[in-house]
Design a protein around this ligand. Structure first.
Ligand SMILES: [Fe+2]
Length: 196
């Protein structure tokens, strides 16, 4: 089980001006940390303590009912944020290539059309949640939203790209302007770290 926050490969100010330093710091040291603390609290002394987080989230129905909601919310919060930090960064990569680009082109028409559809999905998400590019077991890619801290791995999908659409991810800098946050976020997607 995860006991610590993942080490970020970049500083809190490395994603400026797209994501501001304060948002990064609060997001990582407060929000992400709280999910980890609450997850630890929920599973300490239970058999889940010795399991991998991914394995737990892949079979949510197997979690003891008394702690299921806490584990899904906080374990999902840990997993989703770990993943989110890994697909963004200061490296100026312009887009996917190789097999991933082929899949995106084949599914959405072009990279630009994919970005448009992904953005639309994120804008349409009501309340708090995430927008994802995922791959199914047959290898197909698709865009999906999840509510709150639900994770695509609980539905059998492999996440490829994640956008945190919770207000805590953008409110300090963008307030209610989610569209501006998303437009700017594309600049910090680290495509080199995204693999099929
Ligand atoms: Fe978040």
């Amino acid at each position: 089980m995860i006991k610590e926050l993942p080490k970020l490969n970049y500083a809190f100010d490395a994603l400026e001006p797209y994501i501001d330093t304060q948002t990064m710091e609060v997001h990582y040291t407060k929000h992400h940390k709280t999910y980890l603390d609450k997850l630890t609290m929920a599973i300490t002394g239970t058999p889940l303590e010795n399991m991998e987080l991914e394995d737990i989230l892949m079979s949510p129905e197997a979690i003891d009912e008394n702690i299921r909601t806490a584990v899904i919310n906080n374990g999902g919060g840990v997993f989703n944020h770990n993943f989110f930090w890994s697909v963004i960064g200061p490296a100026k990569s312009t887009g996917p290539d190789g097999m991933l680009l082929e899949k995106i082109n084949g599914t959405f028409g072009s990279f630009d059309m994919f970005k448009e559809e992904f953005t639309k999905s994120a804008l349409g998400l009501f309340g708090s949640g995430w927008t994802w590019l995922v791959q199914d077991k047959e290898g197909n890619v698709k865009i999906m939203n999840t509510q709150n801290q639900a994770s695509p791995i609980s539905e059998g999908y492999k996440p490829l790209l994640a956008l945190d659409v919770w207000e805590h991810a953008y409110y300090l800098k963008y307030q209610n302007r989610r569209a501006d946050y998303i437009t700017n976020w594309w600049n910090i997607v680290d495509w080199a770290n995204i693999t099929l």
